[in-house]
Design a protein around this ligand. Structure first.
Ligand code: HEM
Length: 324
């Protein structure tokens, strides 16, 4: 095993069948999904052994590139709403280390895993060490996008996104839901994305849904944003000529568990993207996963393989998995 054991045991393997096509694949959040080696899915905000590493990575990325964080002025109430919602989720999921208490207008947040006890008043930014979205973004492994609903449409008007898979939050901020999905092949024609938008606009306050999405990444690298393409793009060529051992260690199946929450106070939609990565060398230790990944990758249409950035090395992935 290359990864810490909990990363295998909680890995959200994304292929329920031997073939893959885009679908809205949305389901109510919160139910456990059992896998051959463990389970995932019970928590909306999920903390694992990478918590401290990933928060440090997020802080480094934000310090180097502030465009990964944006809040359009009308989104301030949604940011408070998001902060409280995520604190409640964490307190419910990790009661030993996290709690959220209220005494009139004074709130107290405790995150013992990070040694934090913070008193604050909702709406008063001076009572927090950072703006509310930045503050909660520094305590969750999830990327966060907030969508405003107005004029019969959804707009990505705020967020903190440091682990984007081949897109740019700074470029997308302020765009509509359909514009954000513009570059994805097949999505518009298939009707998937317009159906997803209708579904999202009907979400009721407090309702939470989830879906998964996947791609592949070379190295355990979370920030494969467009901004840093010059750093990670060349890996897609380099990986074709490395040794078998290095190939299995470097190539990762990358899965996003995405949660969709209609925020109770502001009415905005909170979109959480939690990224999990498992190297092929660990994936093959679970034969059912290996066989299904081979089947899906072998038959993935070229345009989708191209969009996902794996077209140059997917045949080697299929061949490598088949041999191990
Ligand atoms: C039910 C809801 C949703 C569905 C069905 C959906 C579907 C998809 C699909 C199929 C892809 C292509 C992914 C791939 O092949 O790697 C995609 C990409 C993406 N999605 Fe969504 N999505 C949903 C919600 C959202 C929301 C709420 C956001 C908010 C910002 C979002 C942002 C993105 C972005 C930024 C990309 C990458 C686009 C690019 O390459 O520039 N999605 N989505």
């Amino acid at each position: 095993m290359i990864s810490a054991p909990d990363l295998l045991e909680t890995f959200p393997f994304p292929f329920p069948t031997d073939s893959y096509r885009y679908s809205t694949n949305v389901e109510p959040a919160g139910s456990a999904v059992h896998t051959p080696v463990g389970r995932w899915g019970e928590r909306v905000v999920d903390i694992d052994s990478e918590y401290e590493n990933e928060l440090a990575e997020r802080a480094r990325i934000l310090a180097a590139d502030p465009s990964r964080y944006a809040v359009l002025p009308h989104m301030r109430p949604a940011c408070w709403d998001t902060m409280l919602t995520l604190m409640r989720e964490m307190a419910a999921a990790y009661p030993q280390t996290m709690s959220l208490d209220r005494d009139g207008s004074r709130w107290c947040w405790r995150n013992a895993r990070l040694g934090i006890t913070q008193h604050f008043v909702v709406g008063d930014e001076a009572t927090l060490p950072a703006e509310p979205l930045a503050y909660i973004g520094s305590q969750v492994q999830e990327d966060i996008v907030l969508l405003d609903q107005r004029d019969g449409d959804l707009f990505g008007d705020a967020g903190v996104v440091t682990f984007a898979a081949d897109w740019s939050f700074g470029f997308d901020v302020g765009m509509t839901f359909l514009e954000i999905h513009g570059p994805v092949p097949r999505l518009r024609e298939s009707g998937v994305i317009t159906r997803a938008r209708e579904f999202l606009m009907r979400l009721q306050p407090g309702e939470t849904y989830r879906r998964t999405n996947w791609s592949m990444t070379i190295g355990r690298r979370l920030d494969v944003s467009t901004e840093r393409y010059h750093e990670w793009g060349p890996d897609r060529t380099r990986i074709q000529t490395v040794s078998d051992e290095e190939f299995g260690r470097e190539v990762h199946l990358r899965v996003e568990v995405q949660h969709l929450i209609r925020l109770p106070e502001s009415g905005s939609i909170c979109f959480l993207i939690r990224t999990y990565m498992l190297p092929l060398a660990d994936l093959v230790t679970v034969p059912a996963w290996r066989d299904r990944a081979v089947a899906v990758l072998a038959e993935l249409p070229d345009d989708m393989a191209d969009y996902k950035g794996i077209i140059a090395y997917r045949e080697r992935v299929v061949e490598w998995l088949g041999r191990h």
